[in-house]
Design a protein around this ligand. Structure first.
Ligand SMILES: C[S@@+](CC[C@H](N)C(=O)[O-])C[C@H]1O[C@@H](n2cnc3c(N)ncnc32)[C@H](O)[C@@H]1O
Length: 240
């Protein structure tokens, strides 16, 4: 007899504060048999998994999925394939599983790769995505000013490199959110200032975690250590 496939949930857990988990996310984590969290090669503890520590009454088995940030694409792909294989095994055994994803699962997230790999192995796998609050929404909320209003344009840039494409995007937007700025943060700030002459700049690090930082002064930002969990928000015009 064939075992019916388990269901997979890609669940956004928000940027850090467990209070920003949705009721739907909590209900899913409490009902599935397995919760997967994503870890990097240098972190034993997953950031997204840590947000779930306060989930009382949750009997799911916890498993980590290792994701490589290696320069080599082969190494990364090998990691994604291994992770997808493990999730596929759980679904094929008829267990429901949730993958805890930092912020929202559909915004620059490893969930996208995993989903494709899982569907390649198990095309009929039922997958549901549960949205989460993104890091930049939470950072904007701490500042309390609108990100965009009326006809203003919001652009989200994966700012790993300081590229010409970024410059074009910055020229054509009212508000820019720069994620993944940790490698070249100060170059990004220089580029944002030259290109947008922003009325305001916000650096937000470790939002919702211990040691969270919000800073608006470029000189003070430059003195801060680089942090993977950090972003920039630049607004062209001042809040009226
Ligand atoms: C791979 S992207 C994931 C984005 C995530 N899916 C989201 O919806 O926010 C990782 C980047 O998100 C940003 N980020 C995630 N959590 C953050 C936090 N708690 N504080 C500041 N930035 C954060 C950083 O720019 C980090 O380099």
């Amino acid at each position: 007899m064939n075992i019916p496939l388990g269901k997979l949930y890609g669940v956004g857990v928000g940027p850090g504060d467990p209070q920003l988990l949705t009721l739907k996310a909590v209900a899913i984590f409490r009902k599935v048999q397995v919760i997967f969290a994503i870890t990097g090669p240098n972190s034993q503890e997953s950031v997204s998994g840590g947000i779930l520590k306060e989930l009382g009454d949750c009997r799911a088995r916890r498993e980590n999925l290792l994701f490589s940030m290696a320069g080599s694409m082969e190494e990364r792909i090998a990691c994604w394939e291994q992770a997808a294989q493990r999730v596929t095994e759980v679904l094929a055994a008829g267990e429901d599983a949730a993958i805890a994803i930092l912020g929202d699962p559909l915004i620059y997230s490893t969930f996208g790769y995993l989903r494709r790999q899982i569907l390649r192995r198990l095309p009929e796998a039922p997958i549901e995505v549960v949205p989460g609050i993104t890091s930049f929404q939470a950072a904007a909320a701490l500042r309390g000013e609108p990100l965009v209003e009326n006809r203003e344009i919001l652009t989200v840039i994966p700012a790993l490199e300081n590229s010409g494409a970024n410059r074009e995007a910055l020229k054509n937007t009212d508000t820019a959110v720069l994620l993944k700025t940790y490698r070249n943060r100060d170059d990004h700030i220089r580029q944002v200032i030259e290109t947008m002459a922003p009325a305001s700049l916000l650096y937000a690090a470790r939002i919702g975690h211990n040691g969270a930082v919000l800073e608006t002064d470029p000189g003070a930002i430059a003195a801060l250590p680089a942090d993977y969990l950090s972003l920039l928000i630049a607004k062209r015009t001042a809040d009226a």
